[in-house]
Design a protein around this ligand. Structure first.
Ligand SMILES: C[S@@+](CC[C@H](N)C(=O)[O-])C[C@H]1O[C@@H](n2cnc3c(N)ncnc32)[C@H](O)[C@@H]1O
Length: 926
């Protein structure tokens, strides 16, 4: 295949099928047993493997020649993206096609922002030579463990890890297992009074019949601010739910004991929520609370101040343990449990550090309030502050034994590189334990487990937290993480040969010019995620566990920030504009480097991880200025479906795959009027027609057509207007959107461009918005782009959400179209106003309403409205039409049609007598 030959990704992608596989992958528990690499270590914004596989495959094989070939790809790609019974059905065939297209030599693929490594892993699996580059040392280790070590060592790595992993866990358990003693069963003899060392090196248990604790549930506390009585503490617990399942409700009742001036917690269960007799969610909000003992108000400012002066404490509320039969959990009140004394534990931490030379993670937490890292506001300013003394001791003991295991492996003659690989895997397993072992993990009553620290891309303050037992066999269990890691090795080893993995900045790639056949990457996007700030949390532990094995990558106190491509103001004197400019400049530099190392005309697929096209301009600008032509774009659903919001909010693609090519013959100038514009029109007309024919519809079609339209502009380094001024990206993007919308509208209404022009703009907006979003509410920004593309405004004077006769309803950040049932009762709707003719959509909505409620008034209304009957019918047909049905995610059966579509069906069936003849007899245009 010639480098410049059109690729599949520039022609057709069955986006619905691939998106469905992505969702299946993100939701699917079955991927756990298949060693999905995301189970090895957290990395933010990992793309699903299915999307990465589809993108790599489609970038490397030629475009099909016929429609029949195109259609056959629907099944082929869906099967290629699916994991079925431990295998991918079409993998061998896909590899063969790729190799053949590359002339029998594995193509070289580069991802210069490799993160969790999804794209290079899929490139390996498809038989390519993959190169991954990443700035962040944490991601670098994840990449080594998924793209290099498993492929290099295979079963040897698996076996060594199984052996050493088990050994490390046993050793740590022997050393600190006494911190999590079994709890005497209530049915047994008496209650335990004092902590006893109950587990020994052999794992013998002094309390063999007791209950195994899984999690200790704590509330944070502050001294009560009551100026008279300052001797007691206020619990800051936010909510006390323990289980909330149909038929089983368990929560803690807060009991103020005013004699002892102490708050107690009592476990209460019921078969209904009401049966509990109290509201478990009625406690502190953002740290603001009322003292249950003396009713003094506690402000969040006071809480912050207490935190900063080291006076925030914690109180045990309950302990969760396995039932004696091991099936299900029991919730115990605090006095049933044995909890070691903090002072004793801290003395053990000191002793451990003195013996080993280790230190607790005293590194500072980035204390800018900008990145959702809120804990420093409450005095948790160092990473060590995120851990209870017990957590600190356990984690440091893990570090000690990982280091010892590495020394023993080397001493026992295990290959040095293999020993390093095993130790690195152990360190990543420890990171998973760390992620479940902070005072920011909360008890999740929906699945009765402990959440991880980074349940969100943030370090928010948590008022009640769950401290797990890493040997308890529940969430946060070290042995379980080891089991996952072993599966990940098998999974990745099966992907083929090792990749080349480098750590460095994408702005200075260590590769020769014209090295790679293609690029596939998912670049960071403005301030979306500050990977470096978030990953410091893991870095401080990796530095301790295996940093000495990677001296060139773990010398810094924290992760490198200077070269990170991210728009965070705190790194630019709190100046947002400067931060954005820095991001844009670095991104352009990185893409320029990318162009340099790609072969002439080689394709590059860049993921734009947003639902809307609002921010495209930046990436398009950077690509164009770096010497790329944008040739296509595909919207894919790569994220977890929002189960709550999905029905009410339009389900838009969460990533857009932008396809670009190295532009050859730089410094060309395009004449906008004579070259660029005619080409834009030709591309868009062809693309919309083809995509329609392939069954792609709604916002997917619009995005794909806009992507293709950008080619007309990005083919030139500079595009000039007739007056010699340069046309910028934003202006052109607006123009492409407008062009696409008009062409789509013409298709939907089955008229030519002139026919579209005769329909008023608000009506055009309504038809297209129904086409794109169906019945669902949509993000305001997204709908606004559509509105502006059609020359109307959503809000402000004369906006579509304004009175009289609003066409859309705005609720917070979303807008929803109003249908005839919401609008039609307005008697003035659809009548001329101030001498201006009515909007067609208003006439239609009023007409639908009258036909349904007061048919006798239809004649009078039409006589007053005087619509153009032909145009009105076109609008009615478009709104009732097939493409709309599909865009709304509905079929064509009567039960699946919206209420408005059903009303339109009835009206269209009786159009002649109801509309045409009435207009004819009343002097209108039928
Ligand atoms: C969106 S993520 C990639 C996610 C990846 N595709 C996955 O599936 O896991 C972007 C990555 O770019 C990295 N990055 C930021 N600045 C960089 C730079 N200057 N050079 C290389 N990588 C950088 C970040 O650390 C982050 O891992």
């Amino acid at each position: 295949m010639e480098a410049s030959e059109r690729r599949l990704i520039e022609d057709y992608l069955p986006v619905l099928g691939i998106s469905a596989e992505c969702t299946r992958e993100k939701l699917g528990g079955h991927y756990l047993s298949q060693g999905q690499p995301r189970n090895l270590h957290l990395w933010w914004a990992r793309r699903p493997l299915a999307a990465a596989r589809a993108a790599v495959y489609a970038t490397l094989v030629p475009a099909p020649a016929t429609d029949a070939q195109r259609k056959s790809l629907d099944v082929f790609l869906k099967e290629l993206c699916r994991w079925d019974k431990d295998r991918i059905a079409r993998l061998d065939e896909a590899r063969r096609q790729i190799l053949e297209a590359a002339g029998g030599r594995p193509p070289k693929i580069l991802d210069p922002f490799a993160g969790g490594g999804a794209i290079p892993l899929e490139a390996l699996r498809l038989g390519c030579d993959a190169t991954a580059l990443e700035l962040n040392p944490v991601a670098y280790l994840i990449e080594l463990c998924t793209l290099v070590y498993p492929q290099q060592f295979g079963a040897r790595l698996r076996d060594e890890l199984a052996r050493w992993g088990t050994r490390v866990i046993e050793r740590v358990r022997a050393e600190v297992g006494d911190l999590y003693p079994r709890i005497p069963d209530a049915a047994g003899k008496g209650r335990a009074r004092r902590p006893a060392r109950q587990l020994d090196w052999e794992g013998k248990e002094a309390e063999p019949d007791g209950l195994t604790p899984i999690a200790y549930l704590w509330t944070r506390t502050v001294p009560c601010p009551n100026p008279v009585q300052r001797t007691h503490v206020v619990p800051l617990v936010r909510q006390t739910w323990l289980v909330r399942k149909k038929g089983r409700y368990v929560a803690l009742r807060v009991i103020p004991d005013r004699q002892a001036m102490q708050v107690r917690f009592e476990v209460v269960s019921a078969t209904s929520e009401g049966g509990l007799g109290f509201d478990p969610a009625a406690f502190s909000k953002r740290g603001e609370a009322t003292c249950p003992l003396c009713n003094t108000a506690v402000s969040s400012e006071y809480v912050k101040q207490q935190g900063k002066t080291g006076r925030m404490g914690r109180q045990l509320m309950a302990v969760v343990a396995w039932r004696p039969d091991g099936r299900g959990k029991v919730y115990l009140e605090p006095d049933r449990a044995l909890v070691p004394d903090d002072g004793d534990v801290l003395r053990r931490v000191e002793k451990l550090c003195a013996e080993t030379g280790l230190t607790p993670p005293d590194e500072p937490i980035q204390d800018q309030d900008t990145m959702n890292i809120k804990v420093p506001l409450y005095g948790l300013t160092r990473f060590r502050d995120l851990f209870t003394p017990r957590q600190l001791l356990t984690l440091l003991t893990f570090v000690k034994h990982i280091r010892r295991a590495h020394e023993e492996m080397v001493g026992a003659g295990v290959d040095a590189e293999l020993a390093r690989a095993v130790a690195t895997y152990l360190a990543l397993i420890l990171d998973r334990v760390v992620d479940r072992s902070t005072s920011l993990c909360h008890w999740d009553w929906s699945w009765e487990g402990t959440s991880n620290t980074y349940a969100r891309q943030a370090l928010p303050m948590v008022w009640d937290f769950s401290e797990t037992n890493p040997f308890g066999g529940s969430s946060g269990d070290a042995a379980e993480f080891l089991r996952h890691a072993l599966l990940v090795i098998d999974h990745c080893a099966a992907a083929g040969r090792p990749a080349r993995v480098d750590r460095g900045s994408a702005t200075r790639l260590p590769y020769a010019d014209a090295t790679f056949d293609a690029g596939g990457t998912d670049p960071p996007y403005y301030d979306n995620i500050s990977y470096a700030d978030l990953s410091d949390f893991f870095y401080v532990w990796l530095k301790r566990s295996v940093g000495h094995l990677y001296p060139e990558h773990f010398t810094g106190e924290l992760t490198p920030k200077r070269a990170e491509i991210v728009a965070v103001p705190y790194r630019h004197g709190d100046d947002k504009a400067r931060a954005r400019r820095a991001y844009e400049a670095l991104m352009e530099e990185a893409l320029r480097e990318c162009r340099r190392v790609l072969k002439p005309a080689a394709p590059l697929v860049a993921v734009y991880a947003h639902k809307t096209t609002a921010g495209w301009a930046t990436l398009i600008k950077a690509l164009r200025q770096a010497g790329f032509v944008v040739t296509e774009a595909w919207p894919l659903d790569t994220e977890m479906p929002d189960r709550v919001g999905q029905m009410q909010t339009a389900h838009l693609a969460s990533s857009i795959f932008i396809v670009a090519r190295r532009r050859e013959g730089d410094d060309t100038t395009g004449d906008y009027l004579h070259r660029v514009r005619p080409r834009l029109q030709a591309i868009v007309a062809e693309r919309v027609r083809t995509l329609f024919g392939l069954g792609i519809s709604g916002s997917d079609l619009v995005i794909a057509a806009v992507g293709a339209g950008l080619r007309a502009y990005t083919e030139y380094a500079r595009v000039e207007l007739p007056n010699g001024d340069e046309l910028d990206e934003e202006a052109f993007l607006d123009e492409v959107q407008r062009e696409v919308l008009e062409v789509v509208l013409a298709q939907v209404m089955r008229v030519d461009r002139a026919g579209v022009g005769a329909v008023d703009r608000p009506t055009r907006f309504y038809v297209l918005a129904r086409y794109e979003y169906g019945e669902a509410a949509v993000d305001f920004g997204e709908a606004n782009i559509l509105a502006k593309g059609l020359g109307v405004e959503l809000d402000g004077p004369g906006g579509l959400s304004e009175r009289p006769a609003p066409l859309v309803r705005k609720v917070k950040d979303t807008v929803a179209l109003l249908d005839y049932t919401a609008r039609g009762a307005d008697e003035a709707l659809g009548l001329p106003r101030d001498g201006a003719p009515p909007r067609l959509i208003d006439v239609l909505h009023r007409l639908l309403w009258l036909v349904e409620h007061t048919p006798a008034k239809v004649g009078e209304f039409l006589a007053a409205a005087q619509p153009d009957g032909g145009q009105l019918r076109l609008v009615a047909q478009a709104l009732a039409g097939q493409p709309l049905g599909r865009a709304a995610g509905r079929g064509d059966g009567p039960a699946e049609r919206t209420r408005e579509q059903q009303a339109l069906d009835r009206l269209l069936a009786s159009w002649r007598p109801v509309v045409e003849e009435t207009l004819f007899t009343r002097g209108g245009r039928p």
